[in-house]
Design a protein around this ligand. Structure first.
Ligand code: IPM
Ligand code: MG
Length: 371
């Protein structure tokens, strides 16, 4: 356990740096107390990088990301850059990372901590015990399909085009991730698309079915249209286990799922590449699902738990440190059970804490678990 593990920290914009500070404290703790040493490096991206270097993902940072075992990503974007042309938007930094590291599999767990069942906008009994994972395809679909752009027509009116496009290998590999995951869970996959109106939806349904029949007949597969899936997520979310879906529907459904857990501030994610057959390694990026929240940035009130839970996913998926991941997740659950809450989750009978105080509390939880 003494070999160092390289971790690139990209805090980004808005609340990204504040929440990432708490992750660095947690990583340091594991280095000190558990001899799990991380080689931490950092870099700029998003709006910060646009300001400093004129690009949301400088080549040097991209090279560091390719060379590291895992990337911890905060959040990007803010009003300062909202009016920028498309290629100069902070989000392009994240999209370049996803594309060039080929991070096609985005795992977004929505797990309702018992102490937060009351904080959900749904009735507590609907979300209590909720544990679902959205498997979102992340490097294809309308996010990257060509042609795309805005053009001015002869009559002076304008036309905007985006292209939704999927190929069988793209669908097969994300389907396999979902089926493999389901086998370790409750063995149920819902595949979500709009096969009633979209050709890519028809292809998605047929190809997921083909992979299922050929390789995963032991897993239960159900198809669900994405609009219905959104509705069912807020009606009866516990009917789901794993939901596999495309890039755009996954973006939306994962925001819906996030809110079931009480706060966007609670939802971590992992974006994984394909395993290199020679080394067994895969590129990976871990990020909270929440955005840069410019309205509360710099105030020290942001919830660091989604970012800390993303680090727990890094421990589990990139560093094979399942015990440490369990420990960290238990520390987070413990802090919530004690009634400590950042502003996004504050309710009557809870104690409001700052970002750093939440970090302190998680570290205390780890100390206690370590004895
Ligand atoms: C997400 C975000 C991103 C996306 C943005 C920041 C590009 O909403 O990760 O869910 O749309 O994928
Ligand atoms: Mg999103």
């Amino acid at each position: 356990m003494s070999t160092n593990k390289s971790l690139l920290i990209l805090p980004g914009d808005g609340i990204g740096p504040e929440v990432m500070d708490q992750v660095v404290r947690v990583a340091d703790w594991f280095g000190r107390e558990r001899a799990v040493k991380f080689d931490l490096d950092d870099g700029i991206c998003g709006g910060a990088a646009l300001d400093a270097e004129g690009t949301a993902m400088p080549d040097a940072v991209m090279a560091k990301a390719k060379a590291s075992d895992a990337v911890m990503f905060g959040a990007v974007g803010g009003p300062k850059w909202d009016a920028n042309p498309f290629h100069l938007k902070p989000e392009q930094g994240l999209l370049r990372l996803r594309k060039e590291l080929d991070l096609f599999a985005n795992l977004r767990p929505a797990l309702c901590f018992e102490a937060l069942a009351e904080a959900s906008s749904l009735k507590a009994d609907l979300v209590s015990g909720l544990d679902i994972v959205i498997v979102r395809e992340l490097t294809g679909g309308v996010y990257f399909g060509e042609p795309r752009g805005i053009e001015t027509l002869a009559d002076g009116s304008r036309k905007g085009v985006d292209t939704q496009l999927y190929t069988t290998p793209e669908i097969h590999r994300i389907a396999r991730v979902a089926f493999e995951l389901a086998r370790k869970r409750r063995n149920l996959v819902h595949s979500s698309e709009k096969s009633n109106v979209m050709h890519t939806g028809v292809l998605w349904r047929e190809e997921v079915t083909a992979v299922h029949e050929a390789e995963y007949a032991d897993v239960e597969l159900r198809h669900i249209l994405s609009d219905n899936c959104a509705m069912q997520l807020v009606r009866a979310p516990k009917q789901f286990d794993v939901i596999v879906t495309d890039n755009l529907f996954g973006d939306m459904l994962s925001d819906v799922a996030a809110m079931l857990t009480g706060s966007l501030g609670m939802l971590p994610s992992a974006s994984l590449g394909a395993e290199d057959p020679a080394t067994g390694k895969r590129h990976a990026l871990y990020e909270p699902v929440h955005g840069s929240a410019p309205d509360i940035a710099g105030q020290g009130v942001a919830n660091p738990l989604a970012c800390i839970l993303s680090f727990a996913m890094a421990l589990r998926y990139s560093f094979d440190l399942g015990d440490e991941a369990d420990m960290l997740e238990a520390a987070v659950a413990g802090v919530l059970a004690k009634g400590l809450r950042t502003a996004d989750l504050a309710q009557a009978n809870t104690s409001r804490v700052s970002t750093a105080e939440m970090g302190d509390a998680v570290l205390r939880g780890l100390e206690q678990a370590a004895g």
